[in-house]
Design a protein around this ligand. Sequence first.
Ligand SMILES: [Ca+2]
Length: 186
Amino acid sequence: MNLKSFAKVCGLAVGLAASTSVWAIPAATVGDVDNFIASTLLPNSDPVTQENWADLQGVGDLTFITRIGIGEPDEDSGLEGTWELVDGTDDVYALFLEGYTPEYFLVKTGKNNNYPGDFRDFLYENIDSLGYAVIDLSEAGIDNIGKISHVTLFKGEGTVTVSEPASLALLGIALAGLGASRRRRQ
Ligand SMILES: [Ca+2]
């Protein structure tokens, strides 16, 4: 075998390895299946369009965080992820959310021919392990995992994060102020 054909065989081997991009991951690592909320067919995949629709699904006012590309990096965030089959299942998949812990996420797919309506936008509430999106394909009506193009992450409405020490300090300042104003009045 000459060098050129050896390089070709190597290239083929790398290509095969890359195409089997689904690996099994333990359920204990990724947590429970996240709550499927609603699906639709949006006119485009703009995050603003997605957020406006998500806001109407009874989950409060969501805020766009970022987007993770599947199979290729997202053009804006540069983030890329891979779905992994959850051990012991045949259609539950998990995606590591690149260190983000969103309360909600939207899965954007290509055509879903096997399901009525051909919905391509699927909204989930993120539960249990917030670092992973875990979805049941048949529950939502997604033909196969390879059809997912990207996942959009959202912050929930009730997540104004004030830490305990900070809120106690604020309460302390407020009480001190109240005390001071009472003393001035006397
Ligand atoms: Ca989760």
